[in-house]
Design a protein around this ligand. Structure first.
Ligand code: MF3
Ligand code: CO
Ligand code: CO
Length: 260
């Protein structure tokens, strides 16, 4: 069922059966991210992480949504250091001490998507980068707290911005959270930076992601002209990201990609 909520946007409100499938997909996405964490260490390639995730996904009768999505060539996104998102796993990209890496997984199970990501550290990192990662995760949770019926999308955006901007970070604007379900990306968009206008009201049955991308320096990003995917910070400073898929319930929300 869909619901034309504010004139221009088309949001799919999920019914009971669809919510069950979203729960299963979300649970599996969380499990996949937990599985791959154990392999992240100096000396391994991002392609190795990709191949492990892809095999694990197929072994469970699921598929990897990123693979061939609008031409994306791999099964997961691996975004290292100044890469903000959509990093392509490569055999010649070897993790080393001091790196940070966001692994973003989106398995499709029974026709429904679960989308979650985390930024991991490789070896020892500076206190400044540690703080970036901590604050980014905290900002995601502060956004999630606002996810309840009666609130609006901009309540999520503004809460995240209120936390991050006074701390001096650049919040990425070009990429946002998104509705998710049978489609990888559907309405509404969820900005992670201040919105002056009122956005859509949240209602039970909506499923969407909250996934702030937070930069140590400028919010501005550049997309690689070479591979057309890799998004980097304009000033080459580090960027972190965390992502969960959530469901709006009658009383608040459920985090569908919560690890057990
Ligand atoms: N998982 C990403 C997101 O959170 C999207 C990746 S699109 C891809 O929305 F094509 F790069 F895989
Ligand atoms: Co997403
Ligand atoms: Co994602």
């Amino acid at each position: 069922m869909h619901n034309n909520n504010n004139g221009s946007r088309l949001v799919y409100i999920k019914n009971k059966a669809e919510i069950e499938r979203m729960r299963a997909a979300g649970r599996f996405a969380a499990e996949l991210l937990q599985y791959i964490e154990g392999f992240i260490k100096p000396g391994i390639s991002t392609l190795y992480l990709n191949d492990l995730c892809h095999k694990y996904t197929l072994s469970r009768g699921a598929r990897s949504a990123p693979l061939n999505y609008k031409g994306f060539p791999k099964a997961i996104c691996t975004s290292v250091n100044d890469v903000v998102c959509h990093g392509i796993p490569r055999s010649n990209e070897i993790l080393k001490d001091g790196d940070i890496i966001n692994v973003d997984v989106t398995p499709v199970l029974n026709g429904y998507h679960g989308d979650t990501s985390k930024t991991f550290v490789v070896g020892k990192i500076s206190p400044e980068i540690q703080r970036l990662i901590q604050d980014t995760e905290r900002a995601m949770w502060i956004g999630i707290e606002q996810a309840k019926p009666g609130n609006r999308v901009n309540d999520i955006s503004n809460a995240i911005d209120d936390y991050l901007t006074p701390r001096g970070y650049g919040i990425v604007r070009d990429l946002m959270g998104h509705g998710i379900g049978r489609n990888f990306h559907e309405d509404p968009q969820i900005p992670h930076f201040r919105q002056e206008r009122l956005l859509m009201k949240l209602q039970p049955g909506m499923t969407f992601t909250i996934e702030p991308m937070v930069n140590l320096g400028t919010y501005e990003v550049i997309v690689s002209t070479k591979d057309k995917w890799t998004v980097r910070t304009k000033d080459q400073k580090f960027s972190a990201q965390f992502e969960h898929t959530i469901l709006i319930t009658e009383t608040g929300h459920e985090v569908l990609t919560m690890p057990s």
